[in-house]
Design a binder for this molecule. Sequence first.
Ligand SMILES: C[S@@+](CC[C@H](N)C(=O)[O-])C[C@H]1O[C@@H](n2cnc3c(N)ncnc32)[C@H](O)[C@@H]1O
Length: 361
Amino acid sequence: MNAAAVRVPSGASVSRDPASGNPASDDQAFGGHVPVLRDEMLAALAPRDGGIYLDATFGGGGYAEAILSAAACTLFAIDRDPDALARGAALAARFPGRLHLLGGRFGDVLAAALAPDGWLATHGVHALDGVVFDFGVSSFQIDDPARGFSFRADGPLDMRMDRGADPASPTAADLVNRLPERDLADLLHELGEERAARRIARAIVAARAIAPIETTARLAGIVRAVLPPDRSGIDPATRSFQALRIRVNDELGEIARGLAAAAALLAPGGRLVAVAFHSLEDRLVKRFMIEAAGRAPAPSRHDPRGLLARTPPRFRLCGAPLLRPGAAETAANPRARSGRLRAMERLAAPDPVLPPEESAP
Ligand SMILES: C[S@@+](CC[C@H](N)C(=O)[O-])C[C@H]1O[C@@H](n2cnc3c(N)ncnc32)[C@H](O)[C@@H]1O
């Protein structure tokens, strides 16, 4: 496991395109905007002196810097992008001994945390006081054409957040050039919520028969030829690029694994805070938190799950079920509009241990 220190250029922040959930790809992203919902994240996490926290998506370090500045706490921070870790060196230097950077996917890193030789145990830590997730890609990633996330600048059709550290992970070019037309259409429909998925998939298959699709500009051109711009101002390629990015990085699988592992690491009173940027992410967070807090509707009496003992809730939802950026943040940064924050807190009472005869099978 990598442990590196990380740096945030002063004034750098991550803002998002409301339509795509992607960070803004123009200069505004570097113009000193605060990260999306940063104050709300801090209020929900409520870091305290002596606490031990984890930022599962370090990115540009905006949240990390806010947490470290808010309390004399220790922060572990994860990113799967080696560039993000490398940028963090200066932030770690500003907070000596308080910021520990970890490379890898948060799903894997969190799941491995408590192993006898895991990173928490080696730091003598057995539970966390708070975990924060800020899903998606950073402006550092989307603004670099060489990373292949952006349809606004030409570059290789890559989109791997980890720069290929996982050899099993396909590039976006692998997907568009190899997937059967039907699978491609399903992917665009399910992960991009793209209504024209079948037509776009057909156009991609026709184009790749002429020559492999290797660049972001070529793919964007193929999509735009199918879907001319409408009055929304949203680039027609937005949803297709979102779908490919989510699939290349298995983002939804990571969210499901990461939330479960993070919740298991929280000490009583510990908070889990998640910021999502599109409905697919937010749906996972919402369902997870509602179930953890015992707020999911009971199965009908005809559903066999109703026969199983329901485990008592281990969490409570914090504050409003969903926080959106306020008018001031949206006015200052229209790209923040799609941010959605949810938070829950681990209950202080230990899980009641049911006698064996009462335990669910
Ligand atoms: C939106 S940015 C976070 C921005 C950060 N909160 C800030 O204030 O600067 C998301 C970051 O999470 C990282 N990331 C996304 N999915 C990840 C995963 N499954 N494991 C580890 N890092 C991930 C990305 O590489 C990216 O750097």
